[in-house]
Design a binder for this molecule. Structure first.
Ligand code: PMV
Length: 344
């Protein structure tokens, strides 16, 4: 049996930072699914248990470095797929984007894996849903969450919300949900150009970062602010309020990094080039009045967000004023996408 999916990464606008229990978030988060930054994964389920360990190939080569991460993910999800226990697995994956480029590879990788396992289990187990049903994606999201929290949001296109929030009916800490309203057309073709300030390996893992929130002096205020920002950004997406969208998105990005700096031990992931880029974006917005803003994940690279109508101007702006702060002038051009695709 074989299952194959292409699943995208996503970029959070309201950030998830802090978790408890079995990968449950301390606040709800909202993200935009990307289009070009994807992982393609094939899972092959062999007839019987002919090999002790799961074999994993990344970009065509055996990848023993990833094996422990995959084994620990498998041990967490096997209760969902008891029938798989008696089979050997061969997993192959490819990414369209470079490692450490400010694109969350765990979001695309873990969601692709979760989708593959969910399809395989639909075929092997009673009660397994097929990929045309909403239940299928909800279950895939829950499984993806066990690999990486942010991956739970990648099983849907457009914008999705993970974590219980009073603003979204049916939202849950256990899986992500798509938005239950039509987004205002000003946000329908959002672009994301990722300015790669540095591709050096992260100084701290996100697991360690989430953990530091447990004793963080600002934790409670942070979770309250995240909920307030969730309400504001959902309303902005509904009504087309660009000013609020920009305000919340940038506040969340800088808020995330403020939490990192003020944890104990504190850490700094922003680079001088990141700050130069932020200041230039804000100057450009003030002077041109254009809809453009930034967000940043747990690293130094800047995601520049703008609508398709600004493409030409922003490309010129990036080339003229921002590229000099990027490592070897590197920029990844992405945009909002429609979500994962199953390969027949
Ligand atoms: O999914 P994780 O455990 O890699 O954490 C992701 C954390 C952030 O990317 C910083 C924020 C988010 O919501 O994606």
């Amino acid at each position: 049996m074989k299952s194959e999916w292409v699943s995208p990464s996503n970029i959070a606008l309201v950030k998830y930072w802090g978790k408890h229990g079995n990968q449950l978030p301390s606040n709800a988060s909202l993200s935009m699914t990307l289009k070009n930054s994807v992982t393609r994964t094939i899972v092959r389920v062999l007839d019987s248990k002919i090999q002790a360990k799961t074999q994993f190939f990344f970009e065509g080569r055996p990848a023993p470095d990833f094996e422990s991460k995959i084994e620990s993910f498998l041990s967490r999800i096997i209760p969902f797929f008891p029938a798989l226990k008696n089979h050997s697995l061969v997993i192959e994956s490819w990414n369209t984007f470079p490692h450490s480029a400010g694109i969350a590879s765990s979001a695309s990788a873990m969601s692709a894996l979760a989708l593959c396992f969910s399809s395989v289990s639909g075929e092997t187990e009673q009660g397994g849903a097929d990929a045309s049903s909403g239940d299928f994606y909800r279950r895939a999201s829950e499984i993806a969450r066990l690999g990486s929290g942010s991956a739970s949001r990648s099983v849907y296109g457009g914008f999705s919300v993970w974590g219980k929030t009073s603003f979204v009916a049916g939202s849950s800490d256990e899986w992500a949900v798509p938005l239950d309203f039509t987004v205002n057309p000003v946000f329908s073709e959002m672009q994301d150009s990722v300015l790669i300030v540095s591709s050096a390996k992260k100084k701290i893992s996100s697991t360690a970062g989430h953990h530091l929130m447990n004793a963080h002096p600002y934790a409670e205020q942070r979770y309250r602010l995240a909920e307030k920002n969730m309400g504001l950004i959902l309303n902005a997406l509904k009504t087309g309020n660009v000013a609020d969208f920009v305000r919340v998105t940038e506040n969340e990005a800088l808020g995330l990094h403020s939490l990192m700096m003020s944890s104990d031990p504190g850490f700094m992931l922003l680079e001088p080039g990141t700050l130069q880029i932020i200041n230039k974006i804000r100057d450009y917005r003030e002077k041109s009045g254009a809809f453009i803003c930034f967000t940043i994940d747990a690293g130094p690279n800047v995601h520049l967000l703008y609508p398709a109508s600004e493409k030409k101007n922003i490309k010129d702006f990036i080339t003229r004023e921002l590229m000099e702060y990027c490592e070897e002038g590197r920029v990844l051009w992405d945009e909002m996408g429609n979500g994962p695709i199953q390969i027949a």
